[in-house]
Design a protein around this ligand. Structure first.
Ligand code: HEM
Length: 478
């Protein structure tokens, strides 16, 4: 009797489960089926929550919490716009390659960085500006700059690390990467102008994560004021360099600005307008120092807890150093030998992607995974949730650089997306590699470190470490 009762209950449960499954499937595929999740309060939606999370460096947690509730596709309202959050390889591929989605930064971002930067360009204009940037960022050009980056890194370590027992890594890495990009992109040497510019860029970036209200006492207002000052400086630099190029007193390959000024179209006209050069210089400055500094500070944090990987890295770098004269700068060929160090960087980018995510706008009603995304809504892609998916990366929380030894054949495309993908993939992967490898070469050979106080990598705490100097090595001035 019990057996028959169990069988009837079992059949009923199975039939109900199938019915519910079918019902959900029908609902999901229906044209009016919006993704789950709430659009929050009228107008502001979840804007304050997401800005607070981004400022506190807990944006990934904010997203993961909602993925845990709703699954990989869900909606919220951010910066007054309904937004569908998408995670996972298929979603990343959809965002990177769909022609129905258009990159568009929020208005507040354009007010700070200008509206002629590559991130707001499409079609032919995007290809033209990207092609011009690549003329500076391609390996053949970067080879010319390794020695200059080497000099910057050694000067930075001499002035800010040597002789110290504790340092805060993140602010120092931010300063180092700013110095590198301002020299290579703008040709700015050390000095008061560069010191003022670094402060202005700090204020500008704060404005990106602030509520976009322009009153004299708001963070956003301070950001706009800093942006005006920085823009005036970049306009002046561009004018001066143009004049110098005209007089034959500057080299077209000395920095990004001279490179962009020297490029011409089929009719001999300057390829990019002066305004495009300034806006893209502004954007590249911020894109080029905030992300790389986070990467290098995160590497320091992971290496502090992984002595075996650190020891293997030291060996890699000692071998390279043993073939060079004392104080001799690194070359492009040296960087090609730093294979383990780049795997450590990739694994760091997987666990701690410095680029939180980005939005696209839908140009028409589109569908993804059975859900409708109405025209005009934003779509937000993000890297970390995919990177931490155990179905893609075995034991994802484990720091294991060897997973990048060979690309696993079962990893679906768009699984490792720290640099994005598709036509808008970061054009500066080789630049990032150059800067990171040179810095790590000197760091692991000259210092040992321990995490101390509060080993948190946030702008507030900045990752404090205790430093120990390796006596046998010295950093010679250039
Ligand atoms: C660790 C270092 C870096 C990371 C993780 C990173 C990440 C990214 C990502 C994810 C995108 C694509 C955004 C999207 O599709 O929505 C991107 C685009 C971009 N990045 Fe990077 N980036 C880094 C370093 C740099 C550097 C050093 C520069 C400049 C010197 C730079 C310049 C750019 C530019 C100009 C774009 C826009 C490309 C386009 O729209 O076609 N990035 N980056």
């Amino acid at each position: 009797m019990d057996y028959y009762l169990l069988k009837i209950v079992g059949l009923t449960v199975t039939a109900s489960a199938i019915a519910i499954h079918l019902l959900i499937k029908v609902r999901k595929s229906g044209p009016a089926n919006l993704p789950p999740g709430s659009l929050g309060l009228p107008v502001i939606g979840q804007t304050l929550g997401v800005l607070r999370a981004a400022r506190a460096n807990s944006g990934n947690r904010w997203i993961q919490d909602r993925v845990d509730i709703h699954g990989p596709v869900w909606k919220a309202s951010v910066l007054c716009t309904p937004t569908v959050f998408l995670t996972g390889p298929a979603a990343n591929k959809f965002v990177f390659f769909s022609s129905a989605l258009r990159a568009r930064t929020p208005r507040s971002f354009r007010r700070i960085f200008g509206d002629k930067s590559i991130v707001d360009m499409h079609g032919e204009d995007h290809r033209r500006i990207r092609g011009a940037l690549m003329e500076f960022l391609k390996p053949d050009m970067l080879k010319l700059y390794v020695g200059r980056v080497d000099g910057q890194v050694r000067r930075h370590l001499r002035e800010n690390w040597r002789g110290r027992t504790t340092v805060r890594v993140l602010p120092l890495m931010k300063r180092l990467t700013f110095d590198v990009v301002s020299e290579l992109l703008l040709g700015l040497e050390t000095g008061a102008v560069r010191d003022a510019l670094v402060e202005d860029f700090r204020r500008m970036v704060e404005g990106v994560f602030a509520v976009p209200v322009n009153f004299p006492f708001t963070t956003f207002h301070r950001s706009l004021v800093a942006s005006r000052r920085a823009r005036l400086l970049l306009e002046g630099i561009t004018r001066d360099k143009k004049a110098m190029l005209g007089l034959g007193k500057a080299s077209p390959s000395s920095d990004l600005i001279t490179r962009l000024l020297s490029l011409t179209d089929g009719h001999g006209e300057q390829l990019l307008t002066d305004e495009e050069i300034v806006d893209n210089g502004m954007f590249a400055l911020v894109a080029g120092h905030d992300t790389t500094s986070m990467l290098m500070a995160s590497m320091v944090r992971h290496l502090a807890s992984d002595p075996a990987t650190l020891a293997a890295m030291v060996q890699e770098h000692e071998e390279i150093a043993s073939n060079k004269g004392e104080g001799e700068a690194l070359t492009w060929e040296d960087l090609l030998k730093m294979k383990l160090t780049w795997r450590v960087a990739q694994e760091t980018l997987r666990i701690d992607p410095p680029f939180f995510g980005n939005v696209r706008t839908s140009l028409e009603d589109i569908e993804f995974d059975g859900y409708r995304i109405p025209k005009g809504w934003q779509v937000f892609w993000t890297a970390k949730v995919t990177h931490m998916d155990p179905r893609i990366f075995h034991e994802p929380a484990q720091f294991d650089p060897s997973r990048f030894e060979s690309q696993s054949p079962v990893t679906p495309p768009c699984s490792f997306v720290a640099f994005g993908g598709g036509p808008r993939i970061c054009p500066a992967i080789e630049f990032t590699k150059m800067e990171t490898l040179v810095t790590m070469h000197y760091l692991v050979r000259h210092f040992r470190w321990m995490l101390c106080c509060n080993p948190v990598l946030s702008p507030l705490h900045g990752l404090p470490i205790e430093l120990e100097h390796r006596a046998s090595l010295c950093i010679r001035p250039e």
